[in-house]
Design a protein around this ligand. Structure first.
Ligand SMILES: [Fe+2]
Length: 139
């Protein structure tokens, strides 16, 4: 389903990720359309949603001992640092940064998050195979 900022080809095939990422792209699009009076509150909500999404991904990376955890986490941290460094009340700067979030997010989904989704799928398959091998014995 196509909605504001989201395209079907941005899906990673992991429903938990795809739902969160679709909601984030919509949130960015809504933020850009907000009047100045509502912008800062909208920006704070976007930052909170990004932090939640990044935390989930980072917990999953830790759980599978993901080899690219450090570089992936660094990408998340750079975006959050940029957003947190915005001066309160500088709506023009906030709008410039907000305009960069979606292209960054699209690139991040196509690279780092895609690699993570593949690693999680492989880890899930390995875990399932390990469980299938447990207690089964051999004939
Ligand atoms: Fe990510």
């Amino acid at each position: 389903m196509e909605t504001m900022g989201w395209r079907a080809d941005m899906a990673l095939g992991i429903p938990l990720f795809d739902e969160a990422h679709q909601a984030l792209t919509e949130q960015v699009a809504l933020l850009q359309a907000m009047p100045d009076a509502a912008f800062e509150a909208g920006l704070a909500e976007l930052v909170a949603a990004l932090e939640e999404d990044f935390r989930l991904e980072e917990r999953l990376m830790e759980a599978i001992d993901y080899p690219a955890l450090r570089s992936h986490r660094e990408q998340h941290a750079r975006v959050l640092a940029t957003l947190h460094c915005l001066a309160p009340g500088d709506i023009a700067a906030g709008r410039r940064v907000a305009a960069l979030v979606l292209p960054w997010f699209e690139m991040h989904l196509a690279t780092a998050d895609t690699a993570l989704a593949l690693a999680l799928q492989l880890a899930g398959r390995s875990r399932a195979e390990a469980h299938a091998g447990e207690g089964g014995g051999t004939a």
